[in-house]
Design a protein around this ligand. Sequence first.
Ligand code: CAA
Length: 376
Amino acid sequence: MDLRFSEEQEMMRVMVRDFAQKEIAPFVEQMESGFFPRDILNKMGELGLMGIPIPEEYGGSGMDFVSYITAIHEISKVSATVGVILSVHTSVGTNPILYFGTEEQKQKYVTKLASGQYLGAFCLTEPNAGSDAAALKSKAIRNGDHYIVNGSKVFITNGGEADVYIVFASTNPALGSKGISAFIVEKNTPGFVIGKDEKKMGLHGSRTVQISFEDMKVPVENLLGQEGEGFKIALANLDAGRIGIAAQSLGIAEAALEAAIAYAAERQQFGKTIAAQQGIGFKLADMSTSVEASKLLIYRAAQMRQHGERCGKEASMAKLFSSKTAMEVTTEAIQVFGGYGYTEDYPVERYFRDAKITEIYEGTSEIQRIVISKNL
Ligand code: CAA
């Protein structure tokens, strides 16, 4: 079993690490005050980072899935905000069209999404349908060559900023989850209304909004897959999405660990560094072990995905474990910093705030346990 990265994957890691240090790090503070990193995304588009695993014929970089996960991991070490924007854009904003779209839909949308000309988003969650996604109430009624869509969505990452949205609505409520269909919706569609901008605990530079559909007219050619295939499209793409969020968690945890090690090696108490004292040394050992275990789960799931194997269970395990690790490691990193860790003078309080959502979005930890246990 070879656990080394290929030369191409290592090149991606080095390139993205360099980009994140030079082009993202200087804007982290601005993003903390709510600035959406449009210029950074444009630069990422120029470098091919907005379509890493998308085939070149559809405007992407044509690289493997592990390289894509490497990019989210490295970017999230510097900015979990940019990490989630990229993950949602690619995994659940672009891939559903690549895997389930017609050739026309791929030519029209994937090419622009993968090149970074368009930003993508995913509209599944509703006020009363979060973990129970199949209970969604948005409806799409066919009327000639259009569907008329009504309903509302919440917590839409990239909402308001994205150009293209994968929208889930029921075309046949009597069929439950088998009556849900997916649609490709452009931001400027009449009846597509951007609502409240959520004020969040973390990820301040990433936009999260409510969206409502008010007699929104979606052309029939924008139905994605077949009528009734929507729930399957959502879950199939969430598999890969969850590996992306796991990689974001890993980036946050690794950043917190590195900050804690550096601080512990400098900070002197009782006549020696705190790293040399077992209370802190053991803490760092546990943090580091959990980070390495997350890494193995994530890259194993990514490799399965790359080889076209079904990886729902492994993706859920990776997300469950690495989001828990991100919370534990960021909490302990603040403890290592003591009072300084609780101030905004050090980045560990941001890591802690950014980590919490990884246990919630793209399926809570409880949902990951449902997916895992059903697969056992
Ligand atoms: N790939 C393809 N098909 C799949 C699948 C997968 N990974 N998982 C399930 N399916 C299929 C099943 O085969 C089944 O079809 P059949 O009946 O034909 O066999 C169908 O989908 C329904 O599957 P289940 O019976 O397992 O569905 P369920 O209703 O019992 O449970 C759930 C589903 C796991 C609880 C699911 O509702 C779920 O994952 N909920 C969480 C929702 C979620 O993750 N939301 C995230 C929102 S997006 C987001 O957060 C993005 C962001 O902004 C960051």
